[in-house]
Structures are given as structure tokens and as C-alpha cells.
Design a protein around this ligand. Sequence first.
Ligand code: S3P
Length: 171
Amino acid sequence: MQKVVLTGYMGSGKSVVAAQLAQKLHCDWIDLDQEIEKVAGISIAKLFESKGELYFRKLEHELFIQLLASSESLIISTGGGTPCYYNNHQLLQQTDVASFYLKAAIPTLVSRLQSERSKRPLLANLTEVDLEEYIAKHLFDRNFYYLQSKFVITVDEKTVEQIADEIIGRL
Ligand code: S3P
């Protein structure tokens, strides 16, 4: 099998869907954020704080390239910003990569992310009121990059299993 790469905004369900896919396809799954934390030895939040976002983006890019270059079949859940830096969005188009953009509507993202802001450095300082406006603008800016994925799967009101099955149907 090829690499299956899941992209999408924070809160779109990339990691839970990847875990379900790994189970169904009997395939290894690597979460890029977890991999970064493993290599850096600290949490993403601490990494942003101590080294800054650019350092994080460089590490994210390097690890993404390494994972795509490995010979094994792999499911990769990316971070919400992965496709938007360096040439990562072009890597989503590689022939051995099946890339899927998990597209969630703004209200879905707002309701999922409201209680999870502290885990995400880009959202940590936003008030509940500012969150919707921030996500709407951020999503608009990032849309171009997410849409470089080969397939778009809408995720609102679907179960994790339905989303995983839809992805498997496109492989
Ligand atoms: C980020 C998303 C996060 C993590 C980091 C930056 C982003 O991953 O990589 O906090 O720029 O959207 P999740 O999408 O898994 O939350």
C-alpha cells in the first residue's frame, strides 16, 4: 500500500480517523504531532513557547519528508498547519500518496475546539467570542493548501467509522 495522509484544520478529526483506518486496514499509523513531541522531547505547546513556531514548522517539515520517504505502508495524520508550510502541500500530490482533506464546517470546528484551546498554542490566547472569527479567517487562508489533497471528505455529522469507510472506498 501507499501512504495515506490525512489533512485538515485543528479539530477536524484527523487523529481519531487515522486510528480507525489503521485498525481497519491493519496498517501502521503515525501522528505527526506525536512524532514531533517524541523527537523534541517536549509537548507542542512547550516547543512553541521555548523555540518558537518557525522551529516547530521546520521540524514538522523534516519529519513529514522522512515519513513519506520510508518504504513501509503508513497512515499519517498531519497537524492542522502541515500543508501550509514549505512545499508540504506539493508532497500531498506525490503519486504514492493518497491524501485526504477532512473538511469540517466552521460551527463544527468551533464547538469541538472551544474546550481544547489550551492544548493548541495558536488558539490558547483567544477568548470564546474571538474563536469563531479567528477560525473563519484562518480556514480561509489555509483553504488553498488543504485543497491540494487529492480527495476531500466532509466530516460534519458523520461518525469516525463512516469517515474511515469513505476513505477506504477511495483507496
Ligand atoms: C497546528 C495544529 C496542531 C499542531 C500545532 C499547530 C496548526 O495539530 O500541529 O498546534 O497550525 O493548525 P492538530 O491539527 O492535530 O491540532
